[in-house]
Design a protein around this ligand. Structure first.
Ligand SMILES: *[C@@H]1O[C@H](CO)[C@@H](O)[C@H](O)[C@H]1NC(C)=O
Ligand SMILES: *[C@@H]1O[C@H](CO)[C@@H](O)[C@H](O)[C@H]1NC(C)=O
Ligand SMILES: *[C@@H]1O[C@H](CO)[C@@H](O)[C@H](O)[C@H]1NC(C)=O
Ligand SMILES: *[C@@H]1O[C@H](CO)[C@@H](O)[C@H](O)[C@H]1NC(C)=O
Ligand SMILES: *[C@@H]1O[C@H](CO)[C@@H](O)[C@H](O)[C@H]1NC(C)=O
Ligand SMILES: *[C@@H]1O[C@H](CO)[C@@H](O)[C@H](O)[C@H]1NC(C)=O
Ligand SMILES: *[C@@H]1O[C@H](CO)[C@@H](O)[C@H](O)[C@H]1NC(C)=O
Length: 605
């Protein structure tokens, strides 16, 4: 080794130690120059807004006057405008980014077919956007129309549009902001093909090697300041951040994760920003801003000449009623609302409590019981009802329930179907759901948990995948009683067309000869209307026999692999151990899982 190289090496090590107070050896191709001028950037970001263009309540449905008077309304494009203008005025270098899933969720989307999503992104003058899986909900053609209206670059590096050049021409892997000498690389969850309507002409690849290739390409062009903008989920983003280098910040979406300083906030998923050691041991930051526009992400960073993080500070901004609505924007929003406003205000029933949707991807939830009960009551000659948790999009608060609420809860235009399943088929399906990885039979990715009615099951999440279900009983429609399931018996199950098309990977193969029955949203409207007053409840129909643990990493400096299940986050260490962390429970105790699953999970949104 020559002398200069050794000196550079020592300097580098000292410098990095000084910055991060850890002792990673970092090889820098270009020696650090003390004269480096820091480049400061203010990152403003949103994700998974899901068409919440008007203000919402804490269940992410339309805000009522009563809730407004109690100062319990949040979000909305008009408040976003106020915050964004202020941050842009106060900071020299800013970028406004969206992590995808503007589509789907309210009548602002269903009534206007995505037209308002383009209007809002243009109105707020986003500098760049990623693509979310829900952008494909109405197929690539409608998405192409949306893209054709957008005035900002659309980035996605791991989408393959070779067979669909019409949409492909609007998408690029990265965009360089010349003014800042900075590039933003986009990517999307590899599971998009299985959870959306992207169709046969579009496919998705593993983002990790692709993103790294583009980083290397940008380095060869002399661009060192690199961010990513994605719709991939918090867990997979951590995996990507740990497996790549040369990226300062990952701005994400998809898992609806609230990253914040205050771990007591409802929905808290990790620190803001989350700091990960990248493949070269340098810091990479991950940010995400919940969903529904209730928060706007705000991160200030300083980068050195090599694009490395030197300093950062930030916190998501809670978009509550202390933030004024921009009057011009709110006028527009009200104009957009007018054509459907009277219709959706129709009261269909009353709720006697708050129905929880937030936990539906982890366990039995009161919203899941409501929807599955409604399905089974509608088709009461079936043994049981099964629905994917991902199809249930919001909760219900105590008080009047309107058509607008139901539209927000069940925005997808799904219909009921009845299918025959053997006891073995049902067991396989539940094993796949609690395995949270791949379908037991087809090995297609499983991207949602389930909610049920007419079935009670227990599982043991500490057991090996596909061996977790410990008991299942199923309703006999003739007697209304629950009986032990028989593998060879044939049962009638009411579910939705999304599932029979193998959506979320819950059944192995598509069932094509189904008869469309009631619309799912109509089924829920009728159920609520017939009951008049509904009450949230849990009855233990889904039970994990393992108590919930929250584990402190023993060796946090050396994680080699992250997995994420929504329920638990697990970290594999170099010594071959795995630790599982349950981010939703506060008691801390230790569990070491002795076997290492050779997989990592995608989140369930
Ligand atoms: C950049 O931010 C740092 C704080 O991280 C500050 O000390 C410095 O003055 C800023 N530089 C410019 C040019 O604004
Ligand atoms: C970001 O968008 C704002 C508003 O349109 C614009 O003024 C600014 O120049 C853009 N920033 C960059 C780096 O292009
Ligand atoms: C993209 O899709 C085309 C058509 O299916 C295929 O031939 C090609 O190998 C794919 N490319 C990548 C990088 O996946
Ligand atoms: C977040 O917490 C850290 C550590 O407690 C603190 O240093 C920082 O100032 C906090 N940030 C904000 C924006 O409150
Ligand atoms: C099924 O629904 C029909 C029509 O509402 C009702 O008459 C019947 O009693 C129900 N059967 C069961 C087993 O609940
Ligand atoms: C609930 O709906 C009923 C009937 O439409 C209406 O009379 C009542 O004022 C509503 N209550 C609230 C709190 O909005
Ligand atoms: C039932 O199991 C068989 C064998 O694994 C499989 O071929 C079939 O697709 C399954 N049907 C359903 C509805 O899961």
């Amino acid at each position: 080794m020559d002398k200069l190289f050794v000196i550079i090496l020592v300097l580098n090590t000292l410098f990095v130690s000084f910055l991060s107070t850890t002792f990673y050896y970092v090889f820098l191709p270009i020696p650090f120059n003390e004269e480096d001028e820091l480049f400061n950037l203010t990152i403003i970001h949103t994700n998974d807004v899901h068409s919440r263009y008007d203000q919402i309540n804490s269940a992410a449905t339309d805000c009522t006057k009563e809730q407004f008077d109690k100062k319990k309304c949040y979000g909305g494009t008009a408040r976003h405008k106020t915050i964004i203008d202020k941050l842009r005025n106060e900071n020299k270098n800013t970028l406004l980014l969206d992590g995808g899933d503007q589509f789907q969720g309210t009548l602002f989307f269903t009534y206007y077919d995505g037209e308002l999503s383009s209007k809002v992104l243009n109105l707020l003058e986003y500098n760049i956007t990623a693509i979310g899986n829900h952008e494909f909900d109405y197929g690539p053609e409608m998405l192409t129309d949306h893209f054709s209206r957008l005035t900002m670059p659309i980035v996605c590096a791991n989408i393959n549009t070779t067979l669909n050049p019409t949409i492909g021409k609007y998408i690029k892997p990265y965009h360089i902001f010349e003014e800042y000498d900075l590039a933003v690389i986009g990517y999307i969850t590899e599971t998009t093909g299985g959870i959306s309507n992207s169709g046969p002409t579009i496919s998705f690849n593993n983002p990790i090697p692709i993103v790294q290739n583009y980083v290397d390409e940008l380095h060869s062009k002399g661009i060192k300041r690199i961010l990513t903008l994605s719709h991939n989920g918090y867990g997979p983003d951590k995996e990507l951040a740990a497996s790549t280098y040369g990226i300062a910040v990952h701005v994400g979406g998809h898992s609806h994760t609230l990253l914040a300083n205050d771990s007591t906030l409802p929905g808290y998923g990790g620190p803001y920003p989350t700091v990960i050691k990248n493949a070269k041991g340098e810091d990479a930051l991950i940010v995400q801003a919940f969903w529904s526009g209730k928060y706007i992400g705000h991160l200030d960073i300083s980068l050195d000449n090599n694009g490395r993080i030197v300093n950062y500070k930030g916190e998501p901004i809670l978009v509550d009623q202390s933030i004024a609505q921009d009057p011009n924007v709110q006028d527009l929003v009200e104009k957009w609302r007018a054509p459907f406003d009277n219709y959706i205000k129709k009261v269909i029933g009353v709720s006697d409590g708050d129905f929880d949707q937030v936990t539906c991807q982890q366990e039995e939830c009161s919203m899941g019981n409501l929807v599955a009960d409604a399905m089974l009551v509608t088709r009461n000659e079936s043994n049981a009802a099964i629905i994917n948790s991902g199809g249930i999009r919001s909760g219900i608060l105590k008080g009047n329930i309107t058509l607008a609420d139901v539209n927000t809860i069940l925005p997808f235009k799904n219909f009921l179907v009845e299918i025959d399943m053997t006891g073995q088929n049902i067991t396989d399906m539940l094993e796949s759901a609690v395995g949270r990885y791949k379908n037991k039979i087809s090995k297609k990715a499983v991207t949602s948990f389930v909610q049920v009615s007419g079935i009670r099951f227990k599982y043991d999440s500490s057991k090996l995948i596909y061996n977790r279900i410990t008991s299942i009983t199923i309703r006999n429609p003739k007697t209304g009683l629950f009986e032990l399931i028989d593998s060879n018996e044939i049962y009638k199950i009411v579910t939705i067309d999304f599932i029979t098309n193998t959506g979320d990977g819950l059944i192995p193969y598509p069932i094509t000869d189904v008869i469309p029955l009631e619309d799912l949203d109509v089924c829920l409207v009728n159920y609520i209307h017939d009951q008049r007053i509904i009450k949230p409840y849990l009855d233990g129909r889904i039970e994990d026999v393992v108590p919930k643990y929250d584990i402190k990493p023993i060796n946090p400096n050396e994680p080699i692999h992250f997995r994420y299940t929504n329920l638990r986050e697990s970290i594999d260490f170099k010594d071959g151990t795995t630790q599982i962390q349950n981010s939703r429970v506060t008691t801390r105790s230790n569990v070491i899982i002795k076997y290492l699953l050779m997989v990592f999970y995608g989140p369930f949104f």
